[in-house]
Design a protein around this ligand. Structure first.
Ligand code: UFG
Length: 323
């Protein structure tokens, strides 16, 4: 049985929907940002906080948990700058409590959701895992702190992990049963689609004076279902013990500018966006694009869905959005 912490959230719920086809799954989520409607009906659900040792003890005592996948974090860069304490308490302190419970109950396999925000402002065009990490905001730092703790735990204890550093997750499940729904929404693709659906009067581009071909920021958008596939492969190699510790980027290797995203959304919806250029947003690197060669070499994972499929799935979800 697999414990998925944060399985009601955007990425966690997509993983759970695929994982229940292979494994028994229990979701722990406090529903602070997740949606109960997003949890697959075939998963058990416990509403509780990952920082609560009593809830964790009760789960680990009652269920034969073989691995933990941890998606239960706060993930807004801007908010982390304004309220770092929230990020260090939820993302660091609560994760330590989860790890403590795992060690106590001898659960040895851990998959950790990390982020491209651990790299800060990289000097290279294509980011691979060997470059230095210099996060520039508390969110990225909170994830890197846990990565470093995992390294130490794996050296000292019988404990194995895979860290997945996500680039820009987007898109929705192929059946459109679940998808992206943040309150408030801050991510580019859902905001552009909200606007094109007539729910928002314009889209702001945060800076058009970056050192990029069209002046807007470049990101590596990865379909949430490709991310889910990467987790399932990571789980397999941890369980069959072919990997003991690993850190992988999970991205497409292709960068798209903010303007290109707006254009692709226009093409897919057949509507025209009203765009305004505003000031840069604090803490935005000009360009973040992953090399995912390491995860391809080790696990055979590559993104299968392109940007068009990603935005089409997000649009279909938007038109059917249930939560
Ligand atoms: N952007 C706009 N206008 C908007 C919203 C976003 O121009 O209304 C721009 C941003 O400035 C950025 C790009 O669109 O250049 C993407 O922004 P998002 O907010 O969608 O995503 P981020 O790149 O800021 O962050 C996301 C996740 C983080 C993760 C990071 C890793 O939210 O948790 O990707 O690359 F760390």
């Amino acid at each position: 049985m697999i414990l998925v912490v944060g399985g009601a959230g955007y990425i966690g719920s997509h993983l759970v929907k695929d994982l229940v086809k292979k494994e028994e799954v229990i979701v722990l989520d406090n529903l602070s940002t997740g949606h109960i409607e997003a949890i697959d009906k075939d998963a058990l659900f416990v509403q509780g906080d990952l920082g609560d040792p009593k809830v964790l003890d009760s789960i680990f005592m009652h269920y034969p948990i073989q691995a933990v996948m941890h998606f239960g974090a706060n993930s807004l860069i801007g908010e982390s700058v304004i309220n770092p304490q929230k990020y260090y308490l939820n993302n660091v302190s609560s994760t330590l409590t989860l790890l403590e419970a795992m060690l106590k109950h001898q659960v040895k396999n851990f998959i950790f959701s990390s982020t491209a925000a651990t790299y800060g402002i990289p000097k290279v065009r294509l980011i691979d895992e060997s470059i230095d990490t210099h996060p520039i905001n508390p969110y990225g730092k909170s994830k890197l702190i846990i990565e470093q703790i995992l390294e130490d735990y794996a050296k000292a204890y019988d404990f194995h992990y895979v860290v997945l550093r996500y680039f820009n997750a987007a898109g929705a499940y192929e059946t459109a049963e679940i998808g992206e729904s943040h309150h408030p929404e801050t991510h580019l693709i859902p905001l552009v689609l909200h606007h094109l659906a007539g729910e928002k009067d314009k889209i702001s581009i945060f800076g058009a004076d970056y050192n990029t071909p069209d002046g807007t920021c470049i990101r590596d958008y990865i379909h949430v279902s490709d991310l889910a596939d990467a987790h399932i492969l990571a789980l397999e190699v941890l369980m069959n013990k072919s990997v003991k510790t690993a850190t992988y980027n999970v991205g497409n290797g292709i960068g798209y500018s903010v303007r290109e995203i707006v254009q692709m959304c226009e093409a897919i919806t057949g509507r025209t966006a009203k765009v305004e250029i505003t000031e840069r947003r604090t803490g935005d690197p000009a360009c973040l694009v992953a090399s995912s060669e390491k995860i391809y070499k080790d696990l055979g994972w590559r993104a299968k869905r392109n940007l068009e499929q990603l935005i089409e799935s997000a649009w279909t979800w938007h038109l059917n959005q249930k939560y």
